[in-house]
Design a protein around this ligand. Structure first.
Ligand code: ATP
Ligand code: MG
Length: 660
């Protein structure tokens, strides 16, 4: 069984695997350590990751990215409507109350929910890992944004289930970075009261995350978190594209933004320019034949660039200040500031960070691109039985306060109807027992207490539970009902259990043979638990029938992708054989073939070649390519065998001589 950690990035995802000698970030089928977070649909099959990226410009209407931006959202979510549509070219539609995508797949219109699309992508990451480690991949730790809510987390778990993955943990990505940092340090303070405080800042493609962590020997405690869920490199790219599109209107009289392909190409060039500007004070931009056969070019200096993106830069300090303030630490108590994420390479971003952490060195001791995947993989190793990893405790916290609400009981004078059960910065995982006085069945609801903190228009409602079987107590009065609520290690809330307790007093048995005066038998209190039936419903989780249907569909699409790929491979094999044998008939095989045999084979090769390039041969079944190749081989292989035997003979003789 493999141990795998995944950093699900907006732009790229990274996969780590644990091996005896340590953790490796693995490469995909084209040897890249990061795989584009893209899914595309084609006339025959899907294209996932690199293949989707390769075809993105020509197939943009059927290519979908922003997978983690869309998961767990509705189509109406204002962030989907106002922000994601800026970065998405496929048609977003409603699929059973969640946002989904309408595409042309295998020549027909098809819709898939964001959960299904994420599942497709996770399946690709699973296949990359499987190919690399040649072992079944099931147990994984998935790093997700700490700002994900219950409904988003549940949707990620559903997507993982559809992809046949078993997430041992959904891990807040900045916590994963901190975990990877801590577990490899051997010099952490013994005393938790004297912990080392490190601020981790991750600015990636679409969001900014901050975590203030305290490290002491064997443990990590997250003291505070803060986010700007939509602040990242893509906002900078967007600003650059708007700027150059405006410039080109005047300069070349073209409207780049009216042409999706031209816009794509401008984005690619703008990103390149952005990266150059991280290391240089000026950068050129050029897009050959951007549209209407015009080669567009321009340049930008650092100062103008920083001016242009000041709207993005100015939003950086707030979450940093919030995290520091919430941590209760002063600037002096911060021992290090660690930067990860591609966008922290931008000098102006660093300057903004520096403006909050005045006088502190900004360090990049971690691999900026891979620290998160490493931390997730370390965590997977600690949770999996496969490896023995040193104990390193992870005390994470919740970011959004959660409250429980109830209907008041008539006549009991109870005024409160809600309670914040898991306040902000509550430990995760955590279990709380709530006490109610009731005579009959009652309902509870769990909701996020401060909906304005949630990303976009995410519904603050989390769950409802009905506690059944409640009776008045023996005196006909209110029974004491306890309800167990749990925020699990994935940051997901559930109502676990409900029960009443009756307390009985029983005589404590007097030990036999006790000496001295006969003591009064002692009374001891025994509490007896009576479990009550509960029925709970949670927002977001797919019904098991739907989940199974999605699993089945995914399996079929995966099989189909494989078949299309195999067919393509068989077709290539046939083509290769034709050219290979024909080329060698006049050379290598010349002495081993009879004239009429050669003639026949050449005729067959020519016939198969014609067929390959005919309409039929262009797009045939796998079995057709296989049987045609077999037929050619029946003619060609005897020749090849004769040649090989001849080649082998002196070598075999030499071997024989040596062994005598
Ligand atoms: P997120 O964490 O937001 O989901 P991600 O993990 O995919 O996204 P990263 O890989 O951390 O994001 O960072 C990608 C972003 O960093 C892109 O916008 C990319 O253009 C930007 N980036 C990478 N290198 C540089 C650089 N040298 N200068 C400026 N920006 C850079
Ligand atoms: Mg990231």
């Amino acid at each position: 069984m493999a141990v795998v950690g995944i950093d699900l990035g907006t732009l790229h995802s990274k996969i780590g695997v644990a091996r005896r000698k340590g953790i490796d970030i693995i490469t995909n089928e084209v040897s890249n350590r990061a795989t584009p977070s893209l899914v595309a649909f084609g006339p025959k099959q899907r294209a996932l990751g690199e293949a989707a990226k390769t075809g993105e410009i020509s197939n943009f209407r059927n290519t979908i990215g922003s997978l983690k931006r869309l998961i767990g959202r509705t189509l109406q979510d204002k962030e989907v409507q106002e922000v994601e549509t800026k970065f998405t070219h496929a048609k977003l539609v409603d699929v059973n109350g969640t946002v989904g995508v309408e595409v042309t797949y295998q020549g027909e219109k098809a819709t898939f929910s964001s959960t299904q699309v994420l599942a497709m992508y996770l399946g690709k990451l699973r296949d990359i890992a499987t190919a690399e480690i040649k072992n079944t991949v099931s147990d994984v730790v998935l790093a997700i944004p700490g700002w994900f809510t219950d409904i988003q987390r549940r949707a990620v778990l559903d997507a993982a289930a559809i992809a046949n993955l078993n997430p041992l943990r959904l891990m807040n990505d900045t916590t994963a970075v901190a975990f990877g940092y801590g577990i490899t340090k051997s010099d952490l303070p013994e005393d938790p009261d004297n912990a080392r405080h490190v601020v981790f800042i991750d600015m990636g493609h679409s969001s900014l995350s901050v975590a203030v962590a305290a490290f002491s020997k064997g443990q990590l405690t997250i003291k505070a978190t803060a986010y700007d869920p939509h602040l990242g490199g893509r906002d900078i790219d967007y600003a650059l594209v708007q700027y150059f599109a405006e410039e080109f209107k005047g300069k070349y009289k073209i409207d780049v933004l009216s042409n999706p392909k031209a816009t794509f190409r401008l984005y690619a060039s703008a990103e390149r320019l952005k990266k150059i500007l991280s290391a240089n004070t000026e950068a050129p931009l050029s897009v050959e034949s951007i549209m209407n056969d015009i080669d567009a070019s321009s340049k930008l200096g650092r100062e103008d660039y920083e001016q242009l993106i000041s709207g993005v830069l100015d939003r950086i300090p707030l979450p940093l200040q919030q995290a520091l303030q919430d941590s209760g630490l002063s600037l002096e108590q911060i021992d290090a500031v660690e930067l990860v994420g591609g966008s922290t390479r931008i000098p102006a971003v660093r300057a903004k960070i520096q403006s909050v952490f005045v006088g502190k060195a900004l360090s990049t001791t971690l691999n900026q691109d891979e620290a998160c995947a490493r931390g997730a993989t370390f965590t997977c190793a600690t949770l999996s039985p496969v490896f023995r990893v040193k104990e390193f405790a992870n005390h994470d916290t919740t970011h959004y306060p959660i409250k429980v609400q109830w209907e008041p009981t008539p006549g009991d004078g109870e005024e409160e109807t809600e309670l914040v059960v898991f306040p902000k910065r509550n430990n995760v995982p955590s279990t709380k027992v709530l006490t109610f006085y009731r005579k009959e069945a009652f309902d509870l609801q769990a909701l996020y207490a401060e909906p304005e903190l949630l990303p976009g228009s995410i519904n603050p409602w989390i769950a409802r539970v009905t506690i059944k079987g409640v009776q008045p107590n023996e005196a006909g009065d209110f029974s004491t009902v306890k309800v167990k609520t749990r925020l699990n290690a994935n940051g997901i809330l559930s109502f676990e259990d409900a029960y009443t307790e009756t307390v009985e007093e029983r005589d404590e048995p007097v030990p036999e043979g006790a000496e001295g005066e006969a003591a009064e038998p002692k009374k001891k209190k025994y509490s007896k638990k009576h479990t009550l039936p509960i029925v709970a419903g949670y927002g977001g989780t797919l019904e098991s029938s739907v989940l199974n249907e999605f699993k089945e569909k995914e399996l079929q699409m995966h099989e189909n992708d494989k078949l299309v790929q195999d067919t393509e491979d068989r077709k290539n094999a046939l083509e290769e054989y034709i050219y290979d044998v024909r080329g060698k008939l006049d050379e290598r095989y010349a002495a081993f073939v009879q004239p009429e045999e050669k003639e026949k084979l050449l005729a067959e090769l020519a016939q198969e070649e014609d067929w390959l390039y005919s309409e039929d041969g262009e797009d045939a079944l796998k079995s057709a390519y296989v049987s045609r190749l077999d037929a050619l081989k029946a003619l060609g292989d005897p020749i090849v065998t004769r040649w090989r035997e001849f080649e082998e003979r002196p070598r075999a003789a030499a071997r024989l001589r040596e062994s005598v």
